[in-house]
Design a protein around this ligand. Sequence first.
Ligand code: SF4
Length: 271
Amino acid sequence: MGDAFRVRASSWASLFDCAHRWEGTHILGMHMPSSPRAQLGTAIHAATAAFDQAALAGQTLRPVDVSPVLVDELRNPERDVDWHADELTRRDAERIGLQLVTRYCLEIAPRYQYVAVELEVRPWQIDCGGGTVIEIRGTLDRSRARQDAAGVGICDLKSGVNAVIDGRAKTKGHAPQIGTYELLYEATTGTPVTEPADIIGLKTSGVPAVAVGQIHNAREQLIGTDDEPGLMDYAADMFRSGLFPPNPTSHLCNPRYCARWRVCKFKDDQP
Ligand code: SF4
């Protein structure tokens, strides 16, 4: 058996959106600068994680205590950011980010008893057959595990312009990531995830909004049966064959979001 393909847990679900884009970024090493809105998401997630990690350690923080985390991520990002890639200015990003972090800390976090925040997972190997192995590792970025009397469930924070629609967090398209995180959490901790996942939406456009939506049975998409393959079976086929199919209908099929766009002959660049 050859060396395993090492895959970051947080990237795994995007394989099922456009596998060609995923191959470009994670196997061929194509990169592009982050957009202001993506960096705003990174900053919000860093500040909310700092708040929740402190609570997990028994500390009580106020939103203002984690504001510097958000501001620092926007002013001193670790990765390249093209501040002209969209219409969001750094000043507006700070204003929106601070509002959303405050609302998350005061309205959303108190609802939950978290037992893990951005958990580092035990590396998980998937045998694809033909000597090909995938190893998923890293952390459950932007996610928490919560526990109440009913059991354990995953909470996943999603920020973006459409993260909240009609007062509910958008859940469409998130099941592969949630299902992956549920499987990784169970494999790492030995604790079964029995409750539906909560998607916590943080809307970064217009009037900033926060809301929650639920995903049930996310794992069913990933795990196949004797009669029907799951997404894991399709993934194994891709790695074994080396064929990562394009998806020009992906909402991320756009030069702002895809590092392979310029050289991809499958992109749909019609107006
Ligand atoms: S340009 Fe579109 S089809 Fe091609 S890799 Fe990127 S997202 Fe996929």
